[in-house]
Design a binder for this molecule. Structure first.
Ligand code: ATP
Ligand code: MG
Length: 246
């Protein structure tokens, strides 16, 4: 498949995240009035309409993903702090799964505090304090997109834990994202980076996506001059290693 087409698919694919947050927010207002306060009849109508339209947009996004179109990607490099990019990414991820944890992540103002909150959710972050507070020049949105997709996968496919380690190389950041899930048999190590590919899942494994995430991550990394590799054996979890030039 054409690279530019994967890129557009990847952008559309990532619309799923903010849309799901909007949907969850409206649902919460409608369904948890004990927590968020009473609503007038008119307010309920407005919220229900907003909810319906969010669901329609979600469907459109899924349709667009199915169709796919082409477009060119451009790299915008800006300085960013490792701390803010990682914290923001976790915030986005937990905003969807667990509001309370998301709220706690939002309030973290140190590496120690973030590590603590994450560890309570089975996510273990290993990074030097000095590196954490350093600034880097790279396309911030792309880096976030890469992290978000790999971390979402790790959280989706893990049994109990996810380990993320960040180290500095000579001219790059090395990020390792490891989970303790079912792993990926070596015959699929190439395949999973292809667009729309998903391994056959066991029946009790009800997590489904679009099989676009990894193909998109690979394209973004290639555009930035980065690399990605996978270490995994069936039944033994998976480690995705990425090299991001900075
Ligand atoms: N950490 C992991 N452990 C086990 N299998 C994985 C892992 N990450 C990816 N895979 C396999 O690779 C496939 C492709 O991953 P990819 O992220 O591209 O798609 P997805 O997560 O299924 O859907 P989405 O488009 O929502 O990201 C997955 O369907 C899964 O079979
Ligand atoms: Mg994915």
């Amino acid at each position: 498949m054409e690279k530019s087409r994967i890129k557009l698919d990847f952008l559309v694919h990532d619309l799923k995240v903010p849309l799901a947050v909007i949907e969850a927010g409206i649902q919460a207002l409608l369904q948890r009035r004990d927590k968020y306060g009473p609503l007038t009849e008119k307010q309920v109508k407005v919220l229900e309409r907003a909810l319906r339209n969010t669901i329609i947009t979600k469907t459109l996004v899924n349709d667009a993903l199915e169709l796919g179109r082409s477009s060119e990607g451009v790299i915008y490099k800006t300085p960013f702090k490792l701390a803010s990019i990682v914290q923001d990414t976790f915030l986005e991820i937990f905003d969807l799964r667990d509001q309370e944890t998301a709220e706690r992540i939002r309030e973290c103002n140190s590496l120690q505090a973030l590590k603590q909150v994450l560890s309570e959710r089975g996510v273990f972050l290993a990074v030097e304090e000095q590196l954490w507070n350093e600034s880097f020049l790279q396309d911030e949105r792309k880096v976030k997109q890469i992290l978000r997709n790999l971390l979402s996968n790790a959280l989706k496919y893990r049994k109990k834990r996810v380990d993320i380690k960040i180290e500095r190389g000579e001219k790059e950041l090395n990020i390792f994202i490891k989970d303790d899930g079912e792993g990926i048999p070596s015959r699929y190590h190439k395949k999973i980076f292809e667009c729309y590919f998903q391994m056959d899942m066991e029946e009790n494994h009800c997590v489904r996506g679009h099989g676009v995430g990894l193909a998109g991550v690979l394209v973004l990394l290639e555009d930035m001059g980065g690399e990605m590799s996978l270490q995994s054996d069936e039944g033994k979890g998976a480690t995705f290693s990425v090299k991001i030039p900075v």
